[in-house]
Ligand binder design. Structure first.
Ligand code: SF4
Length: 346
């Protein structure tokens, strides 16, 4: 199959139906042993210092790996991708645009999918057949997600890794399925994480320092049991058709669609605190104002740039946040116990 780079989650079913193997350029960037190298390639080419590290990294990966075809999501992800696409074209790559509809509208999504199928040369309805093949794979990813918050046998990093990888199934969905099934078998024999741990939600784009973030909070008595955007990549609401599946996918649309999903999951998963990750120089950071207003729980806003590790400043902020949640929980318990004690209501 011919490989095609993607700048974020796209309807992979259409690409596979057209004979392309999607490769998520973000995942290639962060799984590299030296991701900074790709940022340097972009900065040497003239990308500004105050441009988001993901955009620069994607450019570096494309140039370094000899990628020929790239599908650039120009609406529903990042406006920087429009200019990235122009630069990739200038460098001789076949960079094609893909735009999600402005709002989650079924009819518009159907048109977008048909347009993409025609552009890539996929036979009509072929994507539906691929969707049927991918559904059991997506179901496994969602099973892992359920084990994370319900049975508590999955770590925050495992949850992040397998859900975020659902954008391209690590370049081979058969292998992804086998590997993930292996992990689920392993989880069946695991002891659950302890009852009293702090339960965290992680919302916002995946972080540049994810590999260190999740184990770090677990070392300090907490665990991420909800990864918002990563879970969306696994398509938690497939509906009855491909158009419905990508209409229910919240990430490309307004923050209010995302908040509906976030609030439901926060309640269902008994979340104690929220980490909102924002990427330096990203327009999505402004959404922090809306998120803080909408969520009635302690929120820690963390920013990352091109640092693919946790620096001392972020570690200290995480520790202080977890400490505050612990003290808050003790206070709530104390007031509750007092209420239940004889004469407690007097
Ligand atoms: S983090 Fe923000 S600026 Fe960077 S690629 Fe994603 S949407 Fe664009």
């Amino acid at each position: 199959m011919k490989k095609i780079g993607i700048t974020t989650t796209i309807p992979a079913e259409v690409l596979l139906a057209a004979g392309y193997q999607p490769l998520d350029l973000n995942n290639i960037l962060v799984s590299s042993p030296d991701p900074t190298r790709f940022i340097t390639i972009a900065e040497r080419a003239g990308f500004p210092l105050n441009c988001c590290a993901w955009i620069k990294g994607i450019y570096g990966v494309c140039l370094d790996s000899g990628t020929e075809d790239v599908l650039c999501v120009t609406s529903g992800d990042c406006s920087n991708t429009i200019m990235l696409m122009e630069v990739l074209k200038l460098k001789g790559l076949n960079a094609m645009p893909f735009a999600y509809p402005e709002c989650p509208d079924l009819r518009q999504m159907q048109q977008v999918l048909e347009k993409l199928s025609a552009a890539l040369g996929a036979a009509p309805d072929a994507a539906d057949t691929v969707r049927e093949k991918l559904q059991p794979v997506r179901d496994l990813a969602l099973k892992l997600d359920e084990l994370t918050w319900r049975q508590n046998t999955v770590s925050g990093w495992e949850n992040h890794f397998w859900l975020v990888s659902a954008s391209d199934f690590n370049g081979d969905y058969h292998q992804y399925r086998r590997d993930l099934q292996g992990l689920l078998d392993l989880c069946a024999g695991r002891q659950p994480h302890p009852e009293g741990e702090i339960r965290l939600a992680y919302i916002g784009v995946p972080s540049v320092y994810a590999r260190e973030l999740y184990p770090y909070v677990e070392k300090h008595g907490a665990r991420v049991v909800f990864n918002e955007v990563q879970r969306q990549f696994a398509m938690p609401a497939p509906g009855e058709s491909l158009a419905e599946q990508y209409t229910s996918y919240t990430y490309p649309y307004s923050i209010h669609e995302r908040l509906q999903d976030i609030k439901t999951e926060i309640q269902k998963r008994r979340i104690d605190g929220v980490i909102h990750y924002v990427q330096a120089f990203c327009h999505r950071g402004i959404g922090d104002i809306v998120i803080r207003d909408a969520i009635d729980l302690p929120v820690l806003t963390l920013e990352g740039n091109a640092d693919f590790f946790l620096n001392g400043h972020v570690k200290t902020r995480l520790e202080a946040f977890l400490d505050m949640i612990q003290r808050r929980q003790k206070m709530i318990k104390k007031s509750y116990d007092k209420l239940l004690s004889p004469g407690g209501r007097d």
